[in-house]
Design a protein around this ligand. Structure first.
Ligand code: ZN
Length: 196
């Protein structure tokens, strides 16, 4: 559904940045689907081509959400900083931690190795949990600033909410999925007895 003002995602993001008094963030198009993100290191707000040029309410919602991350960065919002700081550890956890859990269970049949892998892998869970307030807050800022600055009209707010709430659920689903993976390996390892 086209938004009433006919703003593209890029224009919506730029309008929101300007309204927040942010002048040093550039909005750029990027290839791929669902690749929208804000990079604090380069101060680039990258919007997927579909969002960048689209005038749909969904595109404007996504663009304003990413602008919300830029506003967080400008205001030195702590959870955003913490989330960035956790990225390297989470990357190690998701690769080495997962492989260690897997090998410990399937090949070595060693509860200790599974436990060690699970400890590394839990960095992923921590990262995903810290991600939740960052994402919810970016969406809250997006909703508030978009209406305040006339990017979306009050009657379009519901459509924007629906897009952003659906996106937020995927982050909750990621936490649940990681938690279940951890529990699966820990239960199967025999650490809590029951097997062998
Ligand atoms: Zn986000």
């Amino acid at each position: 559904m086209r938004n009433a003002r006919g703003l593209t995602g890029a224009q919506a993001a730029q309008t929101m940045l300007r309204a927040a008094g942010i002048g040093d963030v550039t909005v750029v198009p990027t290839a791929g689907m669902l690749t929208d993100h804000y990079n604090p290191a380069t101060k680039q707000l990258a919007l997927s081509e579909e969002v960048y040029g689209s005038t749909s309410i969904a595109a404007v919602g996504v663009a304003c959400h990413e602008a919300g991350h830029a506003v967080q960065h400008a205001h030195a919002y702590k959870p955003l900083w913490l989330r960035s700081a956790l990225v390297p550890t989470a990357n190690i956890g998701s690769s080495i931690g997962y492989i260690t859990m897997f090998l410990g269970l399937v090949l070595l049949h060693s509860p200790q190795v599974v436990l060690f892998g699970a400890l590394l892998f839990s960095a992923v869970l921590l990262f995903q949990i810290v991600t939740l307030p960052v994402e919810f807050d970016a969406s809250a800022r997006a909703k508030r600033l978009a209406v305040e600055n006339g990017i979306v009209l009050p009657q379009e707010r519901e459509g924007m909410d629906r897009v952003l709430n659906a996106a937020a659920l995927t982050y909750v689903a990621a936490v649940v999925s990681t938690l279940l993976t951890l529990l699966y390996y820990l239960m199967r390892s025999g650490l809590f007895g029951g097997r062998r």
